[in-house]
Design a protein around this ligand. Structure first.
Ligand SMILES: *Cc1c(COP(=O)(O)O)cnc(C)c1O
Length: 365
């Protein structure tokens, strides 16, 4: 049996005709920039996140950059984030002219609030809390720290659409939420796309200008900014695909629970608790035999990945960031032990069972 790590084409199976019709209609209408498809998707997205507003932008990285800029973050400011995330959680800070400061994570891959507090200086302006793997970070503690030190909280929810923390959806747990709809994310465009959520009307108004060159009207530019809009073609496709989000999330969780109950005797598995509802963007196991296990599975047709083999503070691009030279023991331990198993909704039960069988077989030998 073959179990590819991902098969993006399968997501379109049930909806292909509708999507192609939508694309054809959009081409006929000529509404390529913003317009009703973008507006409709923004409204749907705000509903999903239980926020007042959602602003479509070109990708998740721009979402983070614009969210930081909306709070006036720039040169001389420090922003605390996790070193084990996708690199955009830190590059977005540097792209604003501010300095990323890393705080180590816990064994559930999310930032450790106690480490965050240790990294606060008089220059700290914000915390980017990443909901890595689709699992919400400890938002109560993070918000408590933010309140105490008067900091902005930005959620990097790129991997976590639909996830919940104490009954509330991610995207509405801080000042702003940032999402990616990149083809590999849980809700995926057929290209790049991103979204920013907020309950704050003045931030919303600012973001509408900021994604369009800083223009306040057709001819008047208020401030320099990016050209970073959610593409109307992508919005049209997303308006069709979003109808299946709950179905897909439930299937991801179903597969994750199968893995958890079958594999917990052999490897460290992620676990849900009553405070969170994780959406399993990735399903990451931890074992000291990671490399051997990965090779064993590859030989038997099962693709796995490592998210991520190089931590952000270890990247060449990060070499001039002062906090890159510090130690992050938990992040550094995880790099050698983490392995992502396939967890996409289109996996068949037979494929899931085959993965379980082969992982179990490896440890029983
Ligand atoms: C994917 C991702 C991003 C960046 O999103 P893009 O749309 O690729 O720019 C940022 N943060 C995290 C945690 C991600 O997984």
């Amino acid at each position: 049996m073959r179990v590819p790590y991902i098969n993006l084409g399968l997501q379109y199976q049930g909806d292909k005709a509708e999507i192609i019709q939508k694309v054809a209609d959009l081409i006929d209408s000529g509404m390529f920039i913003l317009g009703s498809e973008v507006k409709q998707f923004e409204e749907t997205f705000a509903q999903i996140c239980q926020t007042k507003y959602a602003v479509g932008v070109a990708n998740g990285t721009d979402a983070l950059v614009l969210a930081l800029k909306s709070m006036g973050i720039g040169e001389g400011d420090e922003v605390i984030t996790a070193p084990n995330s996708y690199l955009a959680s830190a590059s977005s800070i540097a792209l604003c002219g501010a300095t990323p400061v890393f705080a180590d994570v816990r064994d559930d891959f999310n930032i450790n609030p106690a480490e965050v507090e240790k990294k606060i200086t008089s220059n700290t302006k914000a915390i980017i809390a990443v909901h890595l793997t689709g699992r919400p970070a400890s938002m109560d503690k993070i918000n408590e720290i933010a309140y105490k030190y008067n900091l902005v909280v930005i959620e990097d929810a790129a991997q976590a659409i639909g996830a919940e923390y104490k009954g509330k959806k991610v995207g509405g747990l801080g000042n702003l939420g940032c999402f990616s709809l990149h083809p590999l994310k849980n809700l995926a465009a057929a290209g790049d796309a991103g979204m920013i959520t907020t309950d704050d009307e003045s931030l919303y108004e600012w973001l509408l200008k900021a994604r369009t060159h800083g223009m306040k009207s057709r001819d008047e530019c208020e401030f320099w900014s990016l050209n970073s809009r959610l593409d109307a073609l992508q919005a049209a496709i997303l308006n069709v695909k979003v109808k299946r989000l709950d179905e897909w999330t439930n299937r991801r969780r179903e597969i994750a629970f199968k893995y958890i109950s079958a594999l917990s005797d052999y490897v460290k598995v992620p676990t849900d608790n009553s405070d969170i509802k994780s959406v399993y963007h990735t399903f990451i196991i931890q074992t000291e035999d990671r490399d051997e296990l990965q090779a064993y599975l590859a030989k038997r047709g099962i693709d796995t990945k490592v998210h991520y083999p190089i931590a952000i503070h270890q990247q060449e691009a990060a070499k001039n960031i002062p906090s890159s030279s510090e130690a992050y023991p938990e992040t550094e331990r995880q790099i050698n032990q983490i392995l992502s198993l396939p967890v996409y909704p289109e996996l068949s039960d037979d494929q899931v069972n085959y993965v379980i069988e082969k992982v179990t077989e490896f440890f029983k030998k």
